[in-house]
Write a protein that binds this ligand. Structure first.
Ligand code: G3P
Length: 220
């Protein structure tokens, strides 16, 4: 499963990519606002740091405007993915962008039927928002499982990008559900690394290492 960072903070992306485990980046208007910088500047920096897919979102509400924005975003760099919200005009735009060879990520997906429609329109990625469904007492992961199954059954090439991930267990569950990608805040990636037994093990190994006769010189 691929791991994407869900952030517009360039420093977080730099750190994640340096770890060797980040395959792509997703942004959205909220994350862009939080970064507090010009959106184009941020995206151009991100695509320099990360050679994988980088999602940048359109804000138009009709197909012509979404296609217009998508064409502009796609020209910024070859690895930019045009993020389009799930709505009738969005599906129309995805179809058009796909016919021009522009890759899309259909976002704000909250049902398996919405995911199916995005795939039929020709989306490259579909983003089920599982955390936000959990927030309202529905099982977000069930939607991911169903979407993976439907795409496999019908041979859709659209990749399932599990989004709105809130904690490490979501990542494990998304992997078990067969999601192609999980996009997560940098904090969740850091939480995935940590285990108290790992930390304790490192401490005790380092303590014991001091008792080895050539500990000081062996790596010289
Ligand atoms: O990129 C969109 C998505 O991951 C948002 O997550 O936590 O705002 O529901 P969240």
């Amino acid at each position: 499963m691929k791991i994407f960072l869900d952030t517009a903070e360039v420093e977080e992306i730099r750190q994640g990519v340096a770890m060797g485990v980040v395959d792509g980046v997703t942004t959205n208007p909220t994350l862009a606002a939080r970064a507090g910088r010009k959106f184009k500047d941020v995206v151009l920096e991100i695509v320099e740091i990360c050679s994988g897919p980088v999602s940048a979102e359109t804000v138009g509400l009709n197909a012509d405007q979404i296609v217009h924005e998508g064409r502009i975003l796609a020209k910024w760099a070859p690895n930019i993915i045009v993020k389009v919200p799930l709505m009738a005009e969005g599906l129309k735009a995805v179809k058009q962008l796909a016919s021009e060879g522009i890759k899309t990520n259909v976002t704000l997906v909250f049902s398996t039927n919405q995911a199916l429609l995005a795939a039929k329109a020709g989306a490259t990625f579909v983003s089920p928002f599982l955390g936000r469904l959990d927030d309202i007492g529905q099982d977000g992961m069930q939607m991911v499982r169903e979407t993976v199954e439907v795409f496999q059954t019908y041979g859709f090439e659209t990749e399932v990008l599990a989004a709105s991930i809130r904690h490490p267990l979501h990542v494990t569950q998304a992997a078990l559900a067969g999601a192609d990608i999980a996009t997560m805040p940098f904090k969740v990636l850091q939480q995935m690394i940590k285990h108290p037994l790992t930390d304790r093990g490192i401490d005790s190994f380092l303590e014991d290492w001091k008792k080895v006769p050539d500990a000081e010189t062996v790596f010289e």
